[in-house]
Design a protein around this ligand. Structure first.
Ligand code: SF4
Length: 335
C-alpha cells in the first residue's frame, strides 16, 4: 500500500514540474524541430543529466572505473558550476538525473545541488551505490527533497556482490537501504528503487532479489539488463545471461539500430562542465563545448551538436560511438 502511495506521489510530482507554460511550449518546439529535422533546433533539452563527480568508492566490473579505463581526470563539480547549468536550463528542463559515472554522494555539495534544483521546481532522480559509512547521509537523503532514489545494489547475495563489486560490504548497503526506508516513515518521498544488474553470475537470483525488495519494503525492484560494451573496452559477451529473455535486443542477431532521439531531447553535463550528447559518451568523445566558457544555448545550437543530431536521425551507424551503443532502446533496458 505504501508503494502505491509513493507511486502516486511520484507521478504527481512529475506532473507538477511539467505543467508550466514555458516548459510545455519548449517540448512542442523540440518535437517540431525533431520531426521536421530542423538544422537550427528550436528550444532546449528537457531531460538533463549531470555528473556530480566521476570519483567512486567501488571498483565494479562492467564500469569504466572498474576497468580503470576512464580517460577523464577525477573531479567533483562545484556547486556554483551546477547552479549555472540549472539557471540556464530551468525554463526547459523538468527532469534531472544526478549521476553518470562515479558515486554522487562523494560530492560534498550534493545535497545543496538537490535543494537548488528542487527550488527551481525540477524533478530530481539521484543514483547511488548505497555503500556509505557516514550515516548522516540517511537523514540528508530524506530531507533534501530528492524525488526518486535508485540504489544500484546490482546483486542479491554477499557472494555475488563480492565478485561483482570487489567489496564485502553487501550488508552495509542493505542496512543503509533499510535505514533510509525506515527514516522515510510515512512520507512517500523519495520513491525508492533497488536495482539488480542481471548478468550470467546472478541470473538465477531474480526471485531472491524480489523477496529482498519486499523484505526491505522498497517501492520498486528494477531489474536491469546488462551492457557489455563500453567506449574503449573490448566487449565481453561472457557477462551476458544464458537466458535469452534477459539479453538486450542489441546483442541479438539481426538487430539493426536506425536512429536515436536522445541528442534532440536531452543532454549530459560532465563533472568538468563539458557538454556531451548522452550518457553513453562516457569518455567525452563528442564534447560540443564547455560551460566554463560558453552559455549552454551556444553549445546546444553549435554546428557540431547540430550535425550530430542530424546524423543520429539519418543513420546512427555512421557515428562510431553510436555503433557501439546499447543504451539506444530505453524500454529494452529493463526486464
Ligand atoms: S545511439 Fe547511443 S551513443 Fe548514439 S546518441 Fe543515442 S544514446 Fe548516444
Amino acid at each position: 500500500m505504501k508503494s502505491f502511495f509513493a507511486t502516486i506521489s511520484k507521478y504527481l510530482a512529475l506532473a507538477g514540474v511539467l505543467f508550466y507554460k514555458k516548459r510545455l511550449l519548449n517540448i512542442i518546439f523540440i518535437l517540431y524541430s525533431c520531426l521536421t529535422r530542423k538544422n537550427k533546433i528550436l528550444g532546449l533539452p528537457f531531460f538533463l543529466q549531470v555528473e556530480p563527480t566521476n570519483r567512486c568508492n567501488l571498483n565494479c566490473r562492467l564500469c569504466l572505473t572498474g576497468y580503470e579505463k576512464l580517460n577523464r581526470p577525477k573531479r567533483d563539480m562545484a556547486f556554483d558550476e551546477f547552479a549555472k547549468i540549472i539557471d540556464q536550463l530551468e525554463g526547459s528542463v523538468f527532469y534531472l538525473v544526478l549521476y553518470n559515472l562515479g558515486e554522487p554522494l562523494l560530492n560534498s555539495q550534493i545535497y545543496q545541488m538537490i535543494s537548488y534544483a528542487k527550488k527551481k521546481r525540477i524533478f530530481v532522480r539521484l543514483h547511488t551505490n548505497g555503500d556509505f559509512k557516514d550515516k548522516k547521509h540517511i537523514g540528508s537523503i530524506i530531507n533534501c527533497g530528492v524525488d526518486e532514489l535508485t540504489v544500484s545494489l546490482d546483486c542479491a547475495t554477499p557472494q555475488a556482490y563480492l565478485k561483482h563489486k570487489k567489496s564485502d560490504t553487501f550488508e552495509n548497503v542493505i542496512d543503509n537501504i533499510g535505514s533510509i526506508i525506515r527514516e522515510r516513515g510515512r512520507r512517500c518521498r523519495p520513491f525508492i528503487n533497488i536495482q539488480l544488474l542481471l548478468t550470467r553470475d546472478n541470473e538465477n537470483e531474480i526471485s531472491r532479489f524480489k523477496s529482498l525488495v519486499g523484505r526491505l519494503k522498497a517501492d520498486k525492484g528494477l531489474i536491469k539488463k546488462v551492457r557489455v560494451d563500453f567506449p574503449g573496452v573490448q566487449p565481453d559477451a561472457a557477462f551476458l545471461p544464458l537466458d535469452a529473455r534477459y539479453i538486450r535486443k542489441i546483442y541479438k542477431d539481426g538487430y539493426r539500430k536506425k536512429r536515436c532521439f536522445r541528442p534532440w531531447v536531452s543532454t549530459v553535463v560532465l563533472c568538468d562542465n563539458s557538454v556531451t550528447p548522452c550518457c553513453f559518451d562516457m569518455q567525452a568523445e563528442h564534447k560540443f563545448g564547455s560551460m566554463d566558457n560558453s552559455d549552454f544555448r551556444q553549445i546546444w545550437v553549435s554546428r557540431g551538436y547540430a550535425e550530430f543530431r542530424q546524423q543520429a536521425l539519418s543513420d546512427i551507424n555512421k557515428i562510431p560511438l553510436c555503433r557501439q551503443c546499447s543504451a539506444i532502446d530505453f524500454f529494452d533496458n529493463f526486464l
